[in-house]
Ligand binder design. Structure first.
Ligand code: SAM
Length: 294
């Protein structure tokens, strides 16, 4: 078996395959031997569990997952890595590598075909250029996975795991919180990768909620409100929502007042429950306004 976290082995492997790192594909491979076993443990890989990995690279995390999980499916976009993965993962009969773009593949179908009867989890050292789109696609599509354990840029981790209503929170914090409970597991310094990126990283775990923590009358409207509230944090929520959604300011302030928020409330004042109440109230106000006009 290879020792894939040994820098000499990695360099030799990559040289034999004439591989050159692609910056645009976010290729920074883990060389710290402690990181992947820890990620594989934290994601809950074990018997009865199928793990979807995004971007296996040369397979350093994949082999740790394969040693623990019942089945692993790894989606890799870079065709040049397929022969490398054939070599490094060839001895595992519970790993399937799929060539494709994670944002374009039908992941629900892939899970159904490969993880039938298994609990499912996602584990990945994500390419940083698509961190938020991948996380949001997994959550919004309500992919049937119990958790998502991913390495992301440290700043992204801080934002994703911030408390809603704190200064670090953004629209993505709220969106992630709606679908999952987010926690930071551990930090990983830039020197743990080849090549070393300019930023530090963190591993986070999103434990998917069985049901949303708030009741919404219109989910799409809720996300539009959240986006508007956080788009320009220095503006009042009333101004941002009025401009962003094209709703008269008087209607927005009426909704704010009905949920006990002042006219000049800003993003930091809103927890998840207040945002849900705000969106629900706005829906009721706009509907009653429309009825009155009719
Ligand atoms: N898992 C390996 C590790 O930890 O060393 C590699 C991680 S590297 C940060 C990200 C990997 O994602 C690369 O192998 C890259 O080719 C792959 N990748 C980039 N964009 C992708 C996409 N849209 N779909 C699937 N894989 C992608």
């Amino acid at each position: 078996m290879n020792n894939l976290s040994d820098i000499g082995t990695i360099r030799d492997l990559l040289a034999r395959h004439g591989f050159r790192f692609s910056k645009s594909l976010g290729q920074n491979f883990i060389i710290d031997p402690t990181v992947c076993p820890r990620m594989a443990e934290e994601c809950g890989a074990g018997q009865g569990v199928g793990v979807l990995e995004i971007g296996p690279g040369i397979g350093v995390l994949t082999e740790q997952l394969a040693q623990r999980a019942e089945k692993v499916v790894a989606v890799e976009l870079d065709e040049r890595l397929l022969p490398v993965l054939d070599e490094t993962l060839g001895s595992f009969d519970n790993v399937r590598v799929i060539h494709g773009d994670v944002l374009r593949l039908d992941l629900a179908k892939i899970l159904e075909e490969n993880f039938f009867g298994l609990k499912a989890a996602v584990c990945a050292n994500l390419p940083y250029y698509i961190t938020s789109p991948v996380i949001m696609a997994l959550l919004e599509s309500r992919l049937p996975v119990e958790s998502i354990t991913v390495m992301v840029q440290k700043e992204a981790a801080d934002r994703l795991c911030a408390a809603v209503g704190s200064r670090d929170a953004g629209a993505v914090t709220v969106a992630v919180n709606y679908y999952a409970e987010a926690e930071k597991l551990f930090d990983v310094p830039a020197g743990s990768f080849l090549p070393a990126p300019k930023v530090n990283s963190s591993v986070i775990r999103l434990t998917v909620r069985p049901a949303p923590p708030v009741q919404l009358t219109d989910e799409a409207l809720f996300f539009r409100v959240v986006k508007a509230v956080f788009a320009q944090r220095r503006k009042t929520a009333a101004n941002s929502v009025s401009a962003g959604l094209g709703v008269p300011k008087s209607v927005v302030t009426a909704a704010l007042s009905a949920i006990g928020q002042p006219e000049n409330a800003r993003a930091e004042r809103f927890g998840l429950e207040q945002l849900a109440a705000f969106a629900n109230r706005l829906k009721a106000e706009t509907e009653s306004g429309a009825k009155a006009e009719a």
